[in-house]
Design a protein around this ligand. Structure first.
Ligand code: HEC
Length: 241
């Protein structure tokens, strides 16, 4: 009797398992439709958290209660920006803040959590690293820039951007008359408001008879770096003709 009960239970279990397996591996059309319907109803009620980084990629704000695929509403987006800019006081620190649905701000930094934070309020965070770049950092950054400018200088004096042997420097010695400080401005040749790189490309195509470079091509970046470095100290005058 006992063994019969046991085997009966086992059998029932096996049937249940079989049903589950069948449902999981394929399923009927009806249950698929039901699943899709439930997923849709769920999505409508769903809220998610959205992460927004400051441009330094060290300060992060997590905003709770945003609808999937929607923008953060203007007032909350402004609060996100205010919190991020406020945390920039702690220049090199990695700080995460969370804004709850009822706008309560919690800040986490250096493994500590501060509740009910108010923008502009005191935060007991010690700035572990110095805000000013070190001499070593500055030397490295300058060396990197010098390399790009040197490459731009080389290209500006070379005929490799074009097909007819002409180089930029033949008409613009030391980048004279390139007026990078006057961009953006309307250029009649291009019939639109142009950035410096648009004009560089135009000149590659026209006097040099070359092919325009992609806007993120390291060569166009180098040419811009060279032209701008030659006009260092010049006041910006966007739109000047
Ligand atoms: C054959 C001579 C010649 C060559 C070669 C040449 N340019 Fe020019 N470039 C000109 C002239 C002429 C103008 C028009 C100046 C003006 O409108 O005041 C000009 C205008 C420009 C401008 C816009 C200046 C402004 O005032 O807005 C830029 C930038 C420029 N050139 C960059 C270059 C670059 C980069 C190269 C090489 C890819 C190059 N040019 C090659 C003659 C040349």
């Amino acid at each position: 009797m006992k063994s019969m009960l046991l085997s009966g239970a086992l059998l029932a279990g096996a049937i249940a398992l079989g049903v589950l397996t069948a449902g999981g591996s394929g399923g009927s059309a009806a249950s698929d439709a039901e699943r899709a319907r439930r997923a849709q109803v769920g999505a409508q009620d769903e809220w998610e958290s959205r992460s927004v980084w400051a441009c330094d990629r060290r300060k992060l704000v997590v905003v709770e209660g945003v609808r999937p695929g929607e923008k953060i509403p203007p007032e909350r987006a402004q609060l996100v920006a205010d919190v991020l800019m406020d945390l920039m006081r702690f220049c090199n620190e990695e700080i995460t803040a969370r804004i709850s649905v009822d706008q309560v701000i919690t800040v986490a930094a250096n493994g500590r959590v501060f509740e009910n934070y108010v923008v502009g309020g005191p935060l007991p965070i010690v700035n572990a690293s110095f805000g000013e770049p070190t001499a070593r950092e500055q030397a490295i950054w300058k060396a990197e820039l010098d390399k790009v400018v040197a490459e731009g200088d080389r290209l500006f004096h070379s005929d490799e951007l074009g097909s007819n042997g002409v180089a930029c420097a033949m008409c613009h010695p030391n980048a004279s008359n390139t007026h990078p400080e006057s961009y953006p401005k309307f250029q009649t040749q291009l019939k639109k408001v142009a950035l410096l790189r648009d004009m560089v490309n135009w000149c590659i195509q026209n006097p040099l008879e070359g092919r325009a470079l992609a806007v993120d091509d390291p060569r166009i970046e180098a040419l811009e770096a060279y032209i701008l470095s030659q006009r260092k100290g010049k006041a910006l005058e966007a739109g000047k003709h």
